[in-house]
Design a protein around this ligand. Structure first.
Ligand code: SF4
Length: 353
């Protein structure tokens, strides 16, 4: 416990913290859970819209549990990290079916829900039930690393352990909800990643990084991981006005979302070369005749650990291809009802007739 740190943080929260969020002060564990899952990898400004849509559409855990999967993914469309949505549904069904719709009320049980890690469990346990668990995420570790001038990297198991221990020691056990909200907000608006507001910081007189001139050096990270590059060629195969799509399966990005006929390669090829393109299409479609309509410009999307690059080739079939039996055929307007990854919705938005 560091009385100066905790006391001044709470005083700042009471007198100066003007950060508004619709779920602030919320006590309903279901709503807190939805907001925390959305915010796991999403900025507050973007997450807000989705939170409101979710709560309006599925006002209780059982209404979410009973919703058709496609509708839930459609609502999540554009938010990315779709495994969050899948886990949300799995957990909602578990709570509704196995726990009679009653949200678990101990840290351990909350932590057992699919998609709920230590941070989210601490947030739900403290906000909904005032249980004494400290939240520890990048924001919190940055504040602690600077205030205590800790050089331990924040992205190692050892580092996380150390910051978790320290965060637990600092927690105000009488008011864990207030304290957790205060440190999260403080990291977001005062001790920010770039240009922290040290000159008006209420913790400045005790801040070791400030005294030692290390503010911009901390927190430290171990060297970043190299991103994997993926090249996707999407063939938008159309027959009699209907487009072939299928649901992505397997443990990969965009699981449960829909896509066109895909050819993924390790190194890109020059798809504009007519003979190369013909050859690739033959491999995909067999002997069915086709006409190539358009080739898109290059699309790129940066994911956390991957860079995805690709193009879209629109192809008109002259007859159905037996090679595409695993695909659904959907009219162009009906595509709107299916959830697609952002990589594909960007292409669709650019090709609206
Ligand atoms: S003085 Fe600067 S670095 Fe230290 S806690 Fe305040 S904002 Fe963060």
């Amino acid at each position: 416990m560091n009385p100066f740190f905790t006391k001044n943080l709470l005083a700042w929260n009471q007198d100066l913290n003007t950060r508004m969020m619709p779920w602030k002060g919320e006590k309903d564990p279901y709503k807190i859970w939805i907001s925390e899952i959305i915010l796991q990898q999403t900025r507050v400004e973007q997450g807000l819209r989705y939170y409101e849509k979710f709560i309006q559409t599925f006002s209780t855990v059982c209404s979410l549990a009973h919703a058709p999967e496609q509708d839930v993914f459609k609502l999540w469309e554009g938010l990315g990290y779709y495994s969050r949505c899948k886990n949300l549904l799995t957990s909602a069904r578990f709570i509704c079916d196995q726990l009679n719709g009653k949200f678990p009320d101990t840290y351990e049980e909350i932590r057992e829900l699919k998609g709920v890690g230590a941070y989210t469990a601490a947030a739900i346990a403290s906000f909904a039930y005032q249980l004494p668990y400290a939240v520890v995420d990048g924001n919190v570790m940055r504040v602690l690393s600077r205030y205590f001038s800790i050089s331990e990297p924040v992205d190692t198991t050892e580092g996380k352990k150390k910051y978790t221990q320290l965060a637990g020691d600092l927690l105000d056990r009488e008011r864990p909800d207030l304290y957790n909200q205060a440190i999260m907000d403080f990291g977001a608006v005062v001790c920010k990643p770039q240009q922290p507001a040290c000159t008006r910081c209420p913790l400045q007189s005790g801040c070791l990084a400030y005294k030692q001139g290390r503010v911009h050096e901390l927190p430290l990270k171990k060297k970043g991981v190299r991103k994997r590059s993926r090249w996707l060629y999407y063939f938008v195969i159309i027959y009699q006005g209907e487009v072939c799509i299928r649901k992505r399966t397997g443990r990969d990005i965009w699981e449960n979302l829909y896509e066109f006929v895909l050819q993924e390669v390790d190194t890109p090829f020059f798809i504009e070369d007519e003979s190369v393109l013909q050859q690739n299409l033959r491999a995909l479609l067999g002997h069915t005749d086709f006409t190539i309509r358009t080739i898109s410009h290059e699309y790129r999307q940066e994911l956390t650990h991957q860079t995805v690059t690709g193009k879209f080739v629109e192809v008109e079939l002259h007859a159905p291809s037996p090679h595409l039996s695993g695909y659904e055929r959907v009219s162009r307007p009906a595509l709107d009802q299916y959830p697609f990854p952002r990589f594909i919705t960007r292409y669709l938005q650019n090709t609206v007739d």
